[in-house]
Structures are given as structure tokens and as C-alpha cells.
Design a protein around this ligand. Structure first.
Ligand SMILES: *Cc1c(COP(=O)(O)O)cnc(C)c1O
Length: 235
């Protein structure tokens, strides 16, 4: 027995997967694009149902909400991605449950995450958030120098694993304008890889409204909320 809600989730997920496949074909992706379902403000039941459809990667913006859902769904094979602003007093809790943190934006977080990552867990995967459009309302590093310093710091800790970069660009309507910020992130990723002497593999970019542009510019993880779950309920 499927509820209407489940049918809607299944349809939406299938459609997003198909769009990703289609864009990958159009733009000749040279690697798979991972789909992260951004479940903030949505019910644990919705998440459990998506897991039954093979979705394993989920993103949350608030530490308390992620911890609560992780507990409720502990028996399911979910990889949790933390994608929201991170306060230093939440590093301990998040380091114990997350597989990934995409929103690394300052040095202070790094030793705290390393200190609190349980030794029984694999290294915590990190992306550095880049404030590509220099927006006052958004976090993230704003200069390449800042980015290099943060990357060098992360690399000193064996239980932290730097994967790549994350970006939330300014909203634009035109595909060509959307692509510009993502292309710039790709350049920074390449330059940083060269500096470190290791190829960074992750570009965490693309949301419901700019999925195509992100894939066109080489996204490796897209973060999709609304297109899977529908509009978010007001908190
Ligand atoms: C909420 C959120 C998303 C998902 O956005 P949609 O437009 O609902 O797809 C992706 N990334 C981050 C960082 C978010 O906060």
C-alpha cells in the first residue's frame, strides 16, 4: 500500500534521477553525479521511504535536526551530510554522526572536528565552502589564499579527509549566468588541487533551481531538496 505522499516522493525522485542522467549525457560528464536529498524540515518517514527506493545520501542544515533524525533512522543505511552553518560548540555532536560536512568555512572548526571524530569511524569527509559571489549574507571563504590556508590545515589531520569544494551561488534565471559561478568554482578546485599536489574529487554544487548549470560545469554531488520533497514547510 502506497500513500499519496509516497507516490509523490517516488515520482519526484525518479524525475530528478532522470534529469541528472539526461544532463550528464548532454554535457558528457566524465564521472557519476551523486544525488544528495536535502531533507531539512521534512519528516523522518519521508526519508525512510526514499531509502527504500535506494536513496542513501541525505543532507541536513541544522545539527539538532540531523541528530534527531539520525537516531530515529539509526537502523537504515544512510550517509548523513551536514550542509548548514556550523557553530564550534556543535562540532563534537556532528563529528560523531556525519559522514560529510560541506560547510567548512573557518580554521577554528578543524581541530575541534578532528578531536571529536570517534576513532571507530572512518575519516570525516570535508568540503570547504566558497563564497563565490562575495555575498554578505553567506558564509564561506572569499579568497583563494584563505582557501589554501584552510586546505593546508585540514591536511594535517589524518582523521579528516578533504574532498573538495562546496558553493551556493547567487540566484540567476539564465543558464549562462548560473554557469559562471560554477565555472569559477571549478577553476579554484583545479588550482587548489595543483597547490596540494593531489586531485580533489568533489564539487558539491547544484540545487533544485540550478541543477543543469551545475552539471554542465562538472558537479560531482548535487544537493536537491524541493524537487524531491516539494516546498519546505515553514519552521
Ligand atoms: C536547502 C539547501 C539545499 C536544497 O535546496 P533546494 O532549492 O530545495 O533544492 C541545497 N543546499 C543547501 C546548502 C541548502 O541549504
Amino acid at each position: 500500500m502506497h500513500t499519496l505522499r509516497q507516490q509523490q516522493l517516488a515520482d519526484n525522485l525518479a524525475q530528478v534521477r532522470q534529469q541528472i542522467a539526461q544532463h550528464c549525457e548532454t554535457y558528457r560528464c566524465n564521472q557519476d553525479v551523486e544525488l544528495m536529498a536535502v531533507s531539512k524540515f521534512h519528516a523522518a518517514d519521508d526519508i525512510a521511504y526514499l531509502v527504500s527506493l535506494g536513496q542513501t545520501q541525505f543532507g541536513e542544515n541544522y545539527v539538532q535536526e540531523l541528530l534527531q533524525k539520525q537516531q530515529q533512522l539509526a537502523q537504515l543505511a544512510i550517509e548523513w551530510h551536514f550542509i548548514g552553518p556550523l557553530q564550534s560548540n556543535k562540532c563534537k555532536e556532528i563529528a560523531a554522526v556525519a559522514s560529510w560536512i560541506h560547510s567548512i568555512d573557518r580554521a577554528k572548526l578543524i581541530p575541534l572536528l578532528a578531536k571529536h571524530r570517534p576513532t571507530t569511524m572512518p575519516p570525516l569527509k570535508l568540503c570547504i565552502q566558497v563564497n563565490i559571489d562575495n555575498e554578505a549574507s553567506k558564509s564561506g571563504v572569499r579568497s583563494f589564499e584563505e582557501l589554501v590556508a584552510l586546505a593546508d590545515l585540514i591536511r594535517q589531520y589524518p582523521n579528516l579527509s578533504l574532498q573538495g569544494l562546496m558553493v551556493i551561488p547567487e540566484m540567476h534565471q539564465q543558464l549562462s549566468e548560473q554557469r559562471r559561478a560554477f565555472a569559477q568554482l571549478s577553476d579554484w578546485q583545479q588550482d587548489l588541487s595543483q597547490h596540494l599536489g593531489i586531485p580533489l574529487t568533489t564539487k558539491s554544487m547544484g540545487m533544485s533551481a540550478d541543477l543543469e548549470a551545475a552539471i554542465a560545469e562538472g558537479a560531482t554531488i548535487v544537493r536537491i531538496g524541493t524537487a524531491i520533497f516539494g516546498e519546505r514547510p515553514v519552521k
